[in-house]
Design a protein around this ligand. Structure first.
Ligand code: S3P
Length: 173
C-alpha cells in the first residue's frame, strides 16, 4: 500500500510498481469518483469532508485485503483513527516522502482538484497538513524519498522492497 501526501506520486508510481510485480493497481480516489459519479472536489463541496472520509475508509478497508494489489488511498486516509491498525498483517506499507515545496510545485495547475490545498497559500497549508500527518506516514514499513527522482526509479525501488517480502515485521520488533 502506498501512503503519502498529495503530490507524492502515488497515482503515477502505483501503476509502475504494479506492472513490475504483475499485480493490479487501485487508486482509491478514482474508485470513489467512479462509484459516486463526481469528482473529489464535488464530493467535498456537496457532502463535506467527513462523508468523503467515511467512503474512503470503507473502500480502503475492503480493498486492503485483496492479494496482489498495489493500493493507493488518498493522502488523508491515515488520519482516520485506527486506519493503519486495521490493515491486514500481510499488507506492506510504503511512505512516498515528498517535501511540501515539491508537492505544491508538482500540483500547480491542479490545485482546484485538491480541496485541502485550494486556499490562498497552498504551501503553508501543505506544511501544516504534512506536519500533522508525518507521524502517521512514518509508521509505514518502508520510507522512500521521492523529491527529484524519476517515477520509474522510485517504482523499481518499491517493487524490490515488496518482492523481498520484508515488511519490517516481528523479527525486527
Ligand atoms: C487528500 C488527498 C487527495 C484526496 C482528497 C484529500 C488529503 O488524494 O483524497 O483531496 O487529505 O490528503 P491524493 O493524495 O491522491 O491527492
Amino acid at each position: 500500500m502506498l501512503l503519502g501526501f498529495m503530490g507524492a506520486g502515488k497515482s503515477t508510481i502505483g501503476p509502475l510498481v504494479a506492472e513490475r510485480l504483475g499485480w493490479r493497481f487501485i487508486d482509491v480516489d478514482q474508485e470513489i469518483m467512479r462509484q459516486e459519479g463526481m469528482t473529489i472536489a464535488e464530493l467535498f463541496r456537496t457532502r463535506g469532508e467527513e462523508a468523503f472520509r467515511a467512503l474512503e475508509n470503507r473502500l480502503t478497508a475492503g480493498l486492503s485485503c485483496h492479494a496482489r494489489t498495489v493500493l493507493a488511498p488518498g493522502g488523508g486516509w491515515v488520519l482516520r483513527p485506527g486506519a493503519l491498525d486495521s490493515l491486514p498483517d500481510s499488507a506492506c506499507t510504503v511512505w512516498l516522502r515528498v517535501s511540501p515545496e515539491e508537492a505544491v510545485r508538482r500540483l500547480r495547475g491542479t490545485l482546484d482538484d485538491r480541496p485541502l490545498l485550494a486556499g490562498a497559500d497552498p504551501l503553508a497549508q501543505a506544511r501544516e497538513l504534512l506536519a500533522q500527518r508525518e507521524p502517521l506516514y512514518a509508521r509505514a514499513h518502508h520510507i522512500v524519498d521521492v523529491d527529484a527522482r524519476a517515477p520509474e526509479d522510485v517504482a523499481r525501488q518499491i517493487a524490490a522492497l515488496i518482492a523481498t517480502g520484508d515488511h519490517g515485521g516481528d523479527e525486527e520488533g
